[in-house]
Design a protein around this ligand. Structure first.
Ligand code: CP
Length: 313
């Protein structure tokens, strides 16, 4: 594995290797000294063209816990605002030395372009591109489910909400099906993408029918900033039909868990009582995100000096 661009690129063995490695990284969090020297001398560039709290900070924490040097780039406040292109931004950061690039971009396919253009020689990790994919989010979600439910083989996962604009949904459907889970996607018809017909999952418009058969339910953020009103009836109507409140949550089996990738619209797709309930693993997802990102950086970059020297020779 040279890059991590899509959850769909991962075989079951590769996905399990990342999850198992993350389990080892997660155990470091309980130790007084949380750092490993594994990536000493390597440089990780966080290349963020879109806003982020969880992903950017957890990649930074992950790289630092592996003793890598970190360069943080945000489009806001950079020469992108003067019109500098992705190519020139990439060439500039490569000139400063980058063994790994973590890229978030509003355009689907931007990390793929970085990985294949030759503008940067290091490993590229997709940290969320447009409405396409967010593979490390899916990995941390699967990791969190696995810690609560054991093997995901045959487990029933329900993903609810604004699938049309969600890179998290696509990555989760692809990864969870690779890991053997049965995925149901529940959404209003206007918030389901047409290409979903080729996704390895079942679709439904009825949340109340899906909940009693779910081992895990993942609520998606309603991305109002990416939609016009034609997609979205009204906040009240959406919450009434697709929001998770304590009454709906009571339909879940006893051991079922509630996930949300964040940031949440409390009171819209998920009530505050549910988000803060004992079934919610939302804060744990954030903790697990650091372990997953440590595992991904470790697997992609340990030994990258040799491969970069070879490819530059
Ligand atoms: N889940 C997620 O990608 O959150 P951020 O946008 O805060 O990184």
């Amino acid at each position: 594995m040279k890059h991590l661009l899509s959850a769909g690129d991962l075989s079951r063995d590769e996905a399990n290797l990342i999850l198992d490695t993350a389990e080892e990284m997660r155990s470091l969090a309980d130790r007084p000294i949380k750092k490993l020297p594994a990536l000493r001398g390597r440089t990780v560039v966080n290349l963020f063209f879109e806003d982020s709290t969880r992903t950017r900070i957890s990649f930074e924490a992950a790289a630092k816990r592996l003793s890598a040097d970190v360069i943080n780039f945000s489009a806001k406040g950079s020469s992108v605002s003067k019109g500098e292109s992705l190519k020139d931004t990439a060439l500039t950061l490569q000139a400063m030395g980058a063994d790994g690039v973590v890229c978030r971009h509003g355009s689907s396919g931007a990390p793929h372009l970085l990985a294949t253009s030759g503008w940067m020689t290091g490993a590229v990790v997709n940290a969320g591109d447009g409405t396409h994919e967010h593979p490390t989010q899916a990995l941390l979600d699967a990791f969190t489910m696995r810690r609560h439910l054991g093997s995901l083989e045959g487990r029933r996962v329900t993903i609810v909400g604004d699938v049309l604009h969600s890179r998290v949904a696509r990555s989760n459907v692809l990864l969870l099906s690779t890991l053997g889970a049965e995925v149901t996607v529940v959404a209003p018809p206007t918030l389901l993408p047409v290409e979903m017909r080729s996704w390895p999952c079942v679709t439904s418009y009825d949340l109340d029918a899906a909940l009693p058969k779910s081992d895990a339910v993942m609520m998606l953020r309603v991305q109002r900033e990416r939609m016009n009103d034609a997609y979205f009836p009204s906040a009240r109507e959406y919450t009434r039909r697709y929001g998770l409140d304590v009454h709906r949550m009571a339909q879940l089996p006893d051991e079922a868990i509630v996930l949300h990738p964040g940031p949440m619209n409390r009171g819209m797709e998920i009530s505050a009582e549910v988000a803060d309930s004992t079934r919610s693993v939302i804060v744990e997802q954030v903790t697990n995100g650091v372990a997953i990102r440590m595992a991904v950086l470790y697997l992609l970059l340990s030994g990258s000096n040799e491969s970069n020297e070879e490819s530059n020779a």
